[in-house]
Design a protein around this ligand. Structure first.
Ligand code: MN
Length: 319
């Protein structure tokens, strides 16, 4: 048993008041790992507060304890603050970073580079999800996994592995998923909540976005574009564009997909996604952006055609 996990379990046993937090714009792993840990700590009689700087996205509101997540930090002392899945401390939000009421931080993460800002740091970049690290902690403590905990861990694993499609879908991911199903998780119920319950407006926006599909002259880059006009027509906003970039990426022969999002006239946020061969973090860095090997982004100013042509010609040159 990892000594780090042992230390965490010893700390859990002796501490009483816990704050649990994660990164801004929380994804399925951020929400799932936080709520799984919260369910576990509550089930062993601990005092638990869950704080996210951003609200829980509607998509994940079905998870147990999602309604307990607060955007503020109640003013009291916390023996321990768990910071999950952040990559870097600052992404937990200013309220956490500057909170004067925290005894010690425990940092649990699976990002490649994460500063060791905690008193204890459980960082394993081989873990498929931060939810997998929460699973290891609960198992090491010899505690049984309740259905509530299982729903959240399953959601963390299924979302961070892209439903077991991404290269982080390691044996442990499947072991955990199998065990969560054995603990009573209904795979279809969760899949239906995550993938078969889209707001109608998201598809109405997508119907505007797909006709903008464009290819670079060489054809290995494809893009789609979202304008403010489209938001207005469909009564939507940027929060519904998650996943749109996967459509151009899914095309045979395309290695890099781009999503152009208009922030205000003449100002664009560009998302980059790679199928794996191309490192889009370094591509976006050439335009002042950054990110990971498969997912990155940058901001650019100019008319749409200026911005798109600059990117297409640069990418066609370097790919
Ligand atoms: Mn994660």
């Amino acid at each position: 048993m990892s000594t780090t996990i042992q230390k965490i379990n010893e700390t859990i046993a002796t501490a009483n008041t816990f704050l649990i937090t994660t990164h801004e714009s929380p994804d399925g792993d951020a929400v799932g790992s936080s709520l799984a840990l919260a369910s576990y700590l509550k089930s062993i009689g601990k005092d638990v507060t869950i704080h996210f700087c951003d609200p829980v996205p509607d998509l994940y509101r079905f998870l147990p304890l999602a309604e307990a997540v607060s955007q503020t930090i109640p003013d009291k002392h916390y023996d321990i603050c768990f910071v999950l899945d952040v990559g870097e401390f600052g992404r937990a939000g200013k309220a956490v970073v500057t909170c004067p009421n925290i005894g010690a931080f425990i940092n649990i993460d699976h990002h490649l580079s994460c500063d060791e800002f905690g008193l204890i740091n459980l960082i394993d970049s081989n873990a498929c999800a931060t939810g997998a690290l929460i699973y290891r902690i609960i198992k090491a403590a010899g505690h049984s996994i309740t259905n509530e905990i299982a729903q959240s861990i399953y959601t963390a694993v299924i979302t961070d592995t892209g439903s077991f499609r991404y290269s982080n879908s390691n044996p442990e991911a499947f072991v955990i998923a199998g065990e969560m199903i054995a603990c009573g998780v209904n795979a279809w119920n969760i899949a239906e909540k995550l993938y078969e319950s889209q707001p109608r407006k998201r598809l109405e926006l997508l119907a505007q976005v797909l006709p903008t599909l464009t290819f670079s002259p060489k054809g290995d880059v494809a893009s789609v574009t979202v304008t403010m006009d489209m938001y207005e027509k469909t009564g939507t906003g940027p929060e519904l564009t998650d996943g749109f970039i996967n459509y151009p990426r899914s095309i045979n022969g395309v290695e890099v997909a781009l999503l152009f999002r208009e922030l205000k006239p003449g100002s664009w946020k560009i998302g980059f996604r790679s199928k794996g061969k191309v490192d889009v973090a370094s591509l976006s860095a050439a335009f002042g952006g950054g990110g990971h090997h498969n997912a990155a982004g940058c901001n650019m100013d100019g008319t749409f055609t200026e911005v798109r042509d600059r990117l297409f010609s640069h990418l066609d040159k370097v790919l």
